[in-house]
Design a protein around this ligand. Sequence first.
Ligand code: OAD
Length: 246
Amino acid sequence: MNEQSDISAALIKALRDARHVCILTGAGVSAESGVPTFRDAQDGLWAKYKPQELATPEAFIKDPALIWRWYRWRRDLVAEANPNPGHYAIAELEQRMPRLTLVTQNVDGLHQRAGSKHVIEFHGNLFDDRCFSDRTLHTADDSLDVPTCPDCGDYLRPGVVWFGEAIPESALNDACAATTDCDVFLSIGTSSLVYPAAGLTDLASENGACVVEINPIPTTHSARFDFAIAGNAGLVLPELLESLAP
Ligand code: OAD
């Protein structure tokens, strides 16, 4: 048992016995890397900016140069950030478990940079450039305020999922399949307010998984979890990993 975080022996046993662990991460996992969350009252991006003015297809059509400026600012911010102990612990857990599926709402690529191999990017990737018309992947000419698609001439856009848009089909299918199949489901650093990602927790629970939340602030979903560990991912996850050592 661990003195610092409330990691129960029952949770450690569930993880030791697990055949398949599924992890859903949100912006809180990257907070300790200096990447702002969305809904933190002080520093969250949506406390300073309006999502409907920056994260919708309508906003892009209205002012693509503004949207590109904002996403390039976020790209620069993330490029200067580094994975934190929470990201590394998840990557290490993937090595230790018979099977681990990582579903992330984060678009920052920090899980991959920490060594996670199989990452389902539920909301896309901040560094991808996609054609606004057909979403094919291209490389933007960063000297242009608004880069264009070399195939059709339409604008390129950042490869993230905006409000009102569908989750990429393969990401949604793979995430649902893993959630349905897993024995333990960990929801880490997410406010659980954005669907369909937030619905994965219920899906896991309905299918008999042990569901666990790691978050310093209880969410509206907390009561539905089998275990809710109050703490920062960068502290709790290394402790959890240590608790699993034989
Ligand atoms: P939010 O900003 O909504 O929530 C971040 C959560 O992380 C909060 O519950 C915090 O309490 C928690 N948190 C903060 N620091 C933490 C730490 N060190 N360790 C663990 N947890 C911590 O971010 P998301 O839930 O990821 O969508 O937001 C979901 C989606 O809403 C995002 O993917 C984005 C946004 O609009 C799109 O861009 C499509």
